[in-house]
Design a protein around this ligand. Structure first.
Ligand code: MLT
Length: 398
């Protein structure tokens, strides 16, 4: 008889955003006449930019012509994307090599798949609250997780406790769900802690494009020493509206070495390459054509227009919360606004209240961890019209 990976028994019954979709579907089925506004999952609403669309068309044309047709591509990504990423980093003063860039279908898959490289008995340090993928993928692998509290007292930016050892550390900055972003000094403390513990930081920078404060780092590799202790995951989902198109990249520095139990020095870059070449056939040529266009001058300018559109939504949400005297975090340097549920409500209770009374969908903080149980997340990725309407409905609630 086939035996199962019973670690799955330790997972919550469904993934957070599936659970929300399920509850919203039940509501809309029961209330077909009500207009529901979705500010829950961080899914973009602006169409792809014209530079990206033109490049995607070009990719399709290339596939239609025998002289430019592409079959299997390099699993690591085409050089034209890897080099574009290198140039993008160099513009913010970070030097990486194209061989350190692995193009993928997004940060969600890579942050989950990276767990393949590490042994079961590592001490995994994960902030609470956090993007649920880090927790769920480690539970699927049967790993024990040590949580580190992110809360109002530390402005949702927890710092390491030197007396607690960790082997693998997850950091997301700007943070999903709280919107909090680490500065250079704080990240340097994490890097020094990782080096002292011979730990690896798994750094999710999927929201770096929302950083407006020029003093904040956009990459962990802006911090001295990080290339010896960190892997960075980034995504075009939020930068360029690729949630449905699917493309991201992971940077695994060549300097990142870990000793095996027999003392053999292993390169994580080589191991990730081995993993990807075995389990992944790369992102489609057409999508990579579109991805490369994101990094062109005109492409980036168009992306920035869309980002500014979402930033305006964040401002509209924050302004409403200000009016209501509700304490919130994020919204600046981040597309997420993380606020305290009004009237002492718990987050799923507030989710139901908001859905039933204002037909607005958000994300309950409890879905991101225990420390989120009295918090709620709204996303700025809706349309401007819907964001305004949602906040007008919100205004009238209490
Ligand atoms: C979120 O809403 O937290 C994100 O959109 C989820 C994701 O990027 O997978």
């Amino acid at each position: 008889m086939a035996r199962l990976n019973e670690n799955y028994l330790n997972l919550k019954e469904s993934y957070l955003f599936s659970e929300i979709a399920h509850r919203v579907a039940a509501y809309t089925q029961a209330n077909p006449d009500k207009k529901v506004i979705r500010l829950g999952i961080g899914d973009v609403t602006r169409p792809l930019s014209s530079e990206v669309i033109d490049a995607l068309h070009q990719g399709v044309n290339d596939m239609a012509d025998g002289s430019t047709f592409k079959g299997y591509g390099p699993e690591q990504g085409y050089d034209f994307v890897r080099n574009a990423v290198v140039e993008y980093y160099s513009k913010s003063g970070v030097s990486i090599d194209a061989s350190e860039v692995f193009v993928s279908d997004g940060a969600k898959s890579d942050t989950g798949n990276i767990t393949d490289l590490f042994a079961q008995d590592n001490v995994i340090l994960i902030p609470d609250p956090v993007y649920p993928v880090y927790v769920d993928t480690n539970i699927m692998n049967g790993r024990n997780i040590t949580y580190i509290d992110a809360n109002v007292a530390n402005n949702f930016l927890p710092m390491p406790d030197p007396s607690v050892h960790a082997d693998i550390i997850y950091i997301c900055s700007p943070n999903n769900p709280t919107g909090a972003a680490y500065n250079h000094e704080q990240l340097k403390v994490w890097v020094d802690y990782a080096l002292a513990n011979e730990a690896i930081i798994l750094y999710d920078s999927a929201y770096e494009c929302f950083i407006t404060d020029p003093s904040l780092p956009r990459s962990i590799f802006a911090i001295e020493g990080a290339k010896k202790c960190a892997i960075e995951f980034c995504s075009l989902s939020k930068t360029a509206g690729f949630t449905g198109t699917r493309c991201g990249y992971t940077i695994v520095p060549k300097d990142l070495k870990v000793a095996s139990s027999t003392g053999k020095e292993m390169s994580l870059n080589a191991m990730w390459n081995r993993r990807q070449t075995t389990k992944f056939n790369g992102v489609s040529y057409i999508v990579q054509k579109g991805a490369a266009a994101v990094f062109s001058e005109a492409g980036m300018a168009q992306c920035k227009e869309n980002i500014a559109y979402y930033q305006e939504n964040a401002r509209i949400i924050a302004e409403c919360l200000d009016r209501k005297g509700i304490r919130y975090f994020g919204g600046v340097n981040s597309p997420y606004i993380w606020f305290e549920c009004p009237n002492g409500m718990e987050s799923w209770e507030f989710f139901d209240y908001l859905l039933n009374n204002a037909q607005v969908v958000g994300t309950p903080g409890a879905g991101f961890g225990n420390n989120g149980k009295n918090f709620f997340r709204l996303t700025a990725f809706g349309t401007k019209e819907n964001t305004i309407e949602a906040m007008e409905r919100f205004d009238k609630l209490f």
